[in-house]
Design a protein around this ligand. Structure first.
Ligand code: IFG
Length: 519
């Protein structure tokens, strides 16, 4: 198939324009640099060109499909300058991108899609709107990188003819943002959502409370944010989300088919709550706000009934503004909670989450408690805990610190991050298989993967982008792509081709020496 470069030059466009066009990093698009790698792709003859008459059409009376059409138009309009009207497919002819729900095609599952691009048009089919959304992320990457620009570009908006049938390996593909150590406002969280959605992730876990900060308004306990939200690591002013702002984040995520998983970490990592309400610790001593980075020194008083009243109020209010199925109750590093008390605490708190219609996620230490039947364990450091959880019938989310912790330095020279779990270069972050990295967990017990970004050393959105890119696309591929189709030597070439997209999206990524980045 002649790639768009041949087609482009074949039209004898002026050399400077071609040169200019190439400098824009719009290297020939042939679908070979897609991340996550699709399950099945064949290239066709020719290509499809977006132009001023292109319309995005779908069947009438499908608001969720209309929303995907509007999302696609929103992605393409700024850089092309085309109107790209969306609407029901009354007229069947013209330069069309067609979105279709084909509920009978069960081979695609809940998130799969079938994308067909020919010179005559683009057709994207899925059994559910989420599949259409993920097909749109693929379509986006089949266009030149300049499509990601926020201002109008002069380019040939050519999509190579391809047939792609694709569906994810895992249903839980996520990232975590720690907004407790350093607070990040709504705009930064929305940006983070945009970035993970582009790589087909469907979970954002928000670490909302810790020793250094409480970040979500709880109306029945206002001092949690008045006091507990007033600072952060390093002593800055901290911050918090009002419930209205949290709902705004939830809605923004949902429009990108991302579920928010809120975490209230307990019984450890609770200094901010205890400073706000001293009765939450056994000695009633007033603690000071903490702006350091130590862990494991705080605990709720697990013997006091008032502690459970507090937790019940918090979980009730959080569940009421969280449409997703999970509430994360933390459970990590409770080093000053006696083990028997910890177990009793977790045995009391899990039913509260269920009472409000939600399922529990906890860090892997929670495996020591009696796990409720749908409690999920998040593996981060102790494989033994995760195996214990599996033996108790729990499912596991794989977040191995030595592979998936995005706050780990790339190497000893990285200006941000920690290295207690080791240095994690971009190849190391890619070369692991959740199903086989620890014996005794088993593919059938794994819900999926999640890459946490802890923010002890992360202060700005640029810092976030520097640590998250280029490792996050690899984690997204581990969550999406068949492991038999994954190989570092092949992947690193696709990753290199993403650089032009990172630049067009304004991502301040770390140009790892492990990759021959394309200009
Ligand atoms: N472990 C702590 C985090 C954070 C992290 C930094 C977990 C579950 C080290 N707990 O990871 O709070 O401090 O890398």
């Amino acid at each position: 198939m002649p790639n768009c470069l041949t087609v482009f030059v074949g039209r004898r466009i002026l050399a400077p324009l071609v040169a200019g066009f190439l400098v824009l990093g719009a290297q020939a698009q042939d679908g070979s640099s897609l991340i996550p790698r699709p399950q099945r792709m064949t290239t066709g003859e020719g290509s499809f060109s977006l132009n001023a008459s292109t319309r995005i059409v779908h069947a009438a009376g499908q608001p969720a499909v209309q929303a995907v059409a509007d999302h696609l138009a929103g992605l393409l309009r700024p850089s092309t300058g085309f109107a790209l009207p969306t609407g029901s497919a009354a007229q069947q002819s013209g330069n069309l991108i067609r979105l279709e729900i084909v509920s009978k095609d069960s081979s695609l599952g809940r998130e799969g899609y079938h994308l067909s691009v020919t010179p005559k048009g683009v057709t994207l089919k899925a059994s559910r709107p989420a599949g259409l959304f993920y097909g749109v992320q693929t379509l986006r990457q089949l266009l030149p990188a300049a499509i990601e620009a926020s201002t109008t570009q002069s380019a040939a908006w050519v999509i190579p003819a391809v047939e792609i049938r694709d569906r994810p390996e895992y249903g839980y593909r996520g990232a975590m943002l720690d907004v407790a150590r350093h607070f990040f406002g709504v705009a930064d969280v929305k940006r983070f959502i945009d970035l993970i959605a582009a790589y087909k992730m469907n979970i954002l876990h928000l670490h909302l409370s810790d020793d250094q900060g409480w970040r979500i308004e709880i109306k029945s306990w206002p001092k949690l944010t008045e006091i507990g939200g007033s600072t952060q690591v390093g002593g800055g002013k901290g911050g918090f989300y009002t419930q209205e702002q949290y709902k705004e984040i939830v809605a923004y995520a949902a429009a990108r088919h991302i579920t928010i998983v809120p975490e209230i970490d307990m019984p450890g990592h609770t200094n901010a709550a205890i400073v706000s309400y001293p009765e939450l610790n056994c000695r009633d001593t007033t603690h000071a706000l903490y702006t350091g980075t130590a862990v494991g020194f705080s605990t709720f008083c697990t013997s006091r009934p008032g502690t459970y009243k507090f937790i019940d109020d918090v979980l009730r209010e959080l569940a009421a503004i969280t449409p997703g199925p999970w509430l994360h109750i933390g459970g990590d590093e409770s080093h000053v909670t006696p083990k028997a008390d910890y177990i009793q605490f977790m045995n009391k708190v899990q039913p509260m989450v269920s009472k409000y219609g939600k399922q529990v996620i906890g860090w892997d230490e929670i495996a020591h408690a009696n796990l409720q039947k749908n409690t999920v364990v998040q593996y981060w450091a102790d494989a033994g805990n995760s195996k214990m959880a599996v033996k108790k019938g729990a499912k596991v989310i794989m977040s191995p610190a030595r592979k998936a912790y995005l706050d780990m330095q790339y190497d000893s020279t990285t200006r941000l991050g920690l290295h207690w779990a080791g240095f994690i270069e971009v190849d190391n972050a890619y070369q692991w298989d959740p199903a086989t990295m620890e014996q005794g967990i088993g593919r059938q017990n794994i819900l999926g993967v999640e890459a946490p970004l802890w923010t002890e050393t992360i202060i700005t959105m640029d810092d976030i982008e520097y640590m998250v890119f280029p490792r996050l696309p690899g984690i997204a591929e581990i969550g999406w792509t068949d492991p038999a189709q994954r190989d570092w030597k092949e992947y690193r070439v696709r990753l290199a081709a993403q650089a032009a997209r990172f630049r067009a999206m304004g991502i301040d990524f770390y140009a790892s020496p492990k990759v021959d980045w394309k200009q």
